[in-house]
Design a protein around this ligand. Structure first.
Ligand SMILES: Nc1ncnc2c1ncn2[C@@H]1O[C@H](COP(=O)(O)OP(=O)(O)OP(=O)(O)O)[C@@H](O)[C@H]1O
Length: 634
């Protein structure tokens, strides 16, 4: 192998330099993971070539079976990890090994910056740093690589400082060979037993043989395959340990947490396929990216096809990681053919059924399920809106915060403890459960001890409108339309309740609501007496079927309110002293000048807005009016 003299020296992306500085200087524990990372990359590279060769068989000419080889040179203090996979050309070497494209590493850097725990080794265990972990054990790393289908080989080298060199090199075979020049303090990895046990622990699940090359006492070459070298999912469940599942999950998901749930099965029947799926315990970083991409890898007869097939799982299960392997798809299936493929649709149906079935079982252990729900509930809820067929299963799996109980509540829990005469499951949407709990719209519900579900995920605004009822009980907003609370009887709450507050006479209230509406104009759709207020003077509600206040606010924040006319209704509390006083004056006529009434009306609306978490429409005018009113009282 010759390396040309004309090597170019290039700088790492600034983030890589920072990352390498941490890797080189601060990380001493779990250093053996470098081997897992390099073997994992080598295995991915073989998968990629196997797939490309399906449509371009020339790429695999003369290449023997796929394998990953390890070689140790104790004298030179080097370890080599080589593969006959896809390889990299100059640009790929620069891009892949000189910048950080991986969301995991980026997140690692962000977390590190945020936590100020520089050099915290536990963080690296959580994220992994892929190829760069080589520098945990090596003072210098060389990469010899040749892209399959290209004649030119390349040599990349770095000592983990701010720069690397790259130049042409003669590389006999397509693939990648990584040479680690070990640091003095990492000599332990020159021991064969150390390498062997590390491979067995971390890379046994790799489907390609990992072969240790050596020489025997007579100087003859030896080969020892260190891993089981069969795809993990093809082995019987009884022969796979939790540890092996976990390592496979790390490999396939590029993740470093433990799986919260593992589902391994073989479906037999009209369509045969094997699934090995994992639900992570920690949120992956791309969960809320707009593409909503799913991440299950598709194999056909153990040949990797794609991790980008849109129909393997629906988007609302995009937190699931793992593989599906089917012999009922053609091996030369192109990614385009996978769109709307009937076999794949059936497989998807089977996977969703099993996953939701497993979730249902695990939901029986409430605390354990809560950890899942907190991480992935907002994503799963998208399915209530999108997957009509599974809507009722998903509704059973959904959990909510509630106005009357701590922790998570299911619709079934709620339905079981509804009050006599209560005809709907009530909910309210907003940003913060604690603020929602105290909102004036819920005062009447509190007084009657009626539970209200607090929906605080943005997605709630969408599915809730698509779901009219749960098991024939209507779902109803506590902040829209009439409450229906009159029919609810609650023995406990009734006896404890204070004597009914006297309300202003209906004609006075009517005079007041007419005057307020006249003063406020289009700022509100209607002003009316409230049956839901107990302590507050006013609140805002919407009409049933209209956009909720929270959604209106969300759209406004996203710059999408498009000058829509407000659909808000201002409700006044006929038993509140302020409203009673105003109503009496409004009915008497001439009690308040039009100007004064306008100020009071605006102040009422502004305070209702503030309670909703919004700013008054004109803060300066608000302050002026408030001061004027206060001046009247001092
Ligand atoms: N042996 C290899 N053959 C071909 N390409 C490789 C090889 N090793 C690394 N690469 C390329 O370099 C990229 C960066 O590797 P790195 O290990 O840093 O991150 P990753 O593989 O994307 O993520 P992770 O290590 O978490 O699996 C890979 O995505 C791949 O494109």
């Amino acid at each position: 192998m010759t390396i040309e003299k004309t090597e170019e020296r290039l700088s790492f992306q600034a983030e890589v330099t920072k990352l390498l500085d941490i890797v080189v200087h601060s990380l001493y524990s779990d250093r053996q993971i470098f081997l897992r990372e390099l073997i994992s990359n080598a295995s991915d590279a073989c998968d990629k070539l196997r797939y490309e060769a399906l449509t371009n068989p020339g790429l695999r000419e003369d290449a023997g079976a796929f394998r990953i080889t390890l070689r140790v040179d104790a004298e030179a203090r080097t370890i080599e990890v080589a593969d006959n996979g896809i390889g990299m050309n100059r640009d790929e070497l620069i891009d892949n090994l000189g910048t950080i494209a991986r969301s995991g590493t980026e997140a690692f850097m962000q977390q590190l910056a945020a936590s100020d725990r520089k050099g915290d080794a536990s963080l690296i265990g959580q994220f992994g740093v892929g190829f760069y972990s080589s520098f945990m054990v090596a003072e210098r790393v060389e990469v010899f690589s040749r892209r399959a289908g290209e004649p030119q080989g390349w040599h990349w080298a770095s000592d983990g400082g701010g720069a690397f060199t790259i130049g042409e090199a003669e590389v006999a075979q397509p693939g990648t060979r990584i040479v680690l020049h070990l640091r003095e303090d990492a000599k332990e990895f020159l021991e064969t037993w150390r390498l062997t046990s590390t491979v067995k622990t971390y890379s046994d699940h790799i489907a390609i043989p990992v072969v240790l090359l050596g020489t025997d006492d007579e100087g003859q070459p030896t080969e020892e395959t260190l891993n089981a070298a069969s795809a993990l999912w093809t082995r019987p469940r009884s022969e796979i340990t939790d540890e092996q599942y976990k390592e496979f999950y790390h490999h396939v998901a590029h993740a470093f947490d433990d799986p919260w749930h593992t589902l391994h099965f073989k479906a037999e029947g009209a369509i045969e396929y094997t699934g090995l799926l994992f639900i992570p315990s920690q949120k992956p970083f791309d969960l809320f990216q707009p593409e909503r991409k799913t991440h299950v890898k598709l194999y056909v007869n153990r040949v990797f096809i794609t991790d980008d097939a849109p129909d393997v799982l629906p988007s609302y299960l995009r937190f699931v990681r793992g593989i599906v392997d089917s012999s009922d798809l053609p091996l030369n299936v192109s990614r385009e053919m996978l769109q709307h493929n009937p076999v794949l649709r059936k497989i998807q149906g089977g996977l969703v059924k099993r996953l939701l079935g497993d979730l249902k079982k695990r939901a029986e252990a409430a605390d354990d399920y809560a950890t899942f729900w907190e991480a992935f509930g907002p994503v799963l809820k998208e399915g209530i809106y999108e997957d009509f067929e599974r809507r009722s299963d998903l509704l059973e799996l959904a959990r909510f915060r509630s106005s009357t109980t701590e922790g998570w509540v299911s619709l079934a829990d709620y339905a079981a403890r509804m009050k006599t005469g209560q005809e709907a499951i009530y909910y309210i949407t907003g940003d913060d459960p604690e603020v929602l709990k105290r909102s004036p719209q819920l005062e009447g519900f509190r007084a009657k001890g009626v539970e209200v579900l607090l929906l605080t995920d943005p997605v709630d605004e969408f599915w809730i409108n698509a779901v009219p009822s749960y098991q024939d009980t209507p779902l109803k907003s506590a902040a829209a339309g009439a409450t229906g609370l009159e029919a609810v009887t609650d023995a406990e709450a009734e006896t404890e309740a204070a004597p009914k507050d006297e309300t202003a006479p209906a004609d006075q209230i009517e005079a007041l609501t007419t005057a307020l509406k006249a003063a406020l104009g289009d700022a509100v759709k209607e002003v009316r007496p409230s049956s839901r207020l107990k302590e507050s003077a006013v609140c805002l509600v919407s009409e049933e079927g209209d956009m909720s206040l929270h959604l209106e606010r969300m759209l406004k924040q996203a710059g999408q309110d498009m000058g829509r006319k407000s659909t808000r209704i201002m409700e006044v509390n006929p038993s509140h002293p302020l409203i009673k006083g105003m109503a009496a004056r409004a009915a008497a006529g001439g009690g308040d000048t039009a100007e004064h009434m306008a100020d009071l009306a605006q102040l009422l609306l502004d305070q209702a807005l503030i309670v909703e978490g919004e700013a008054p429409s004109d803060p300066v005018a608000f302050a002026r009016r408030l001061s004027a009113v206060m001046a009247g009282t001092v």
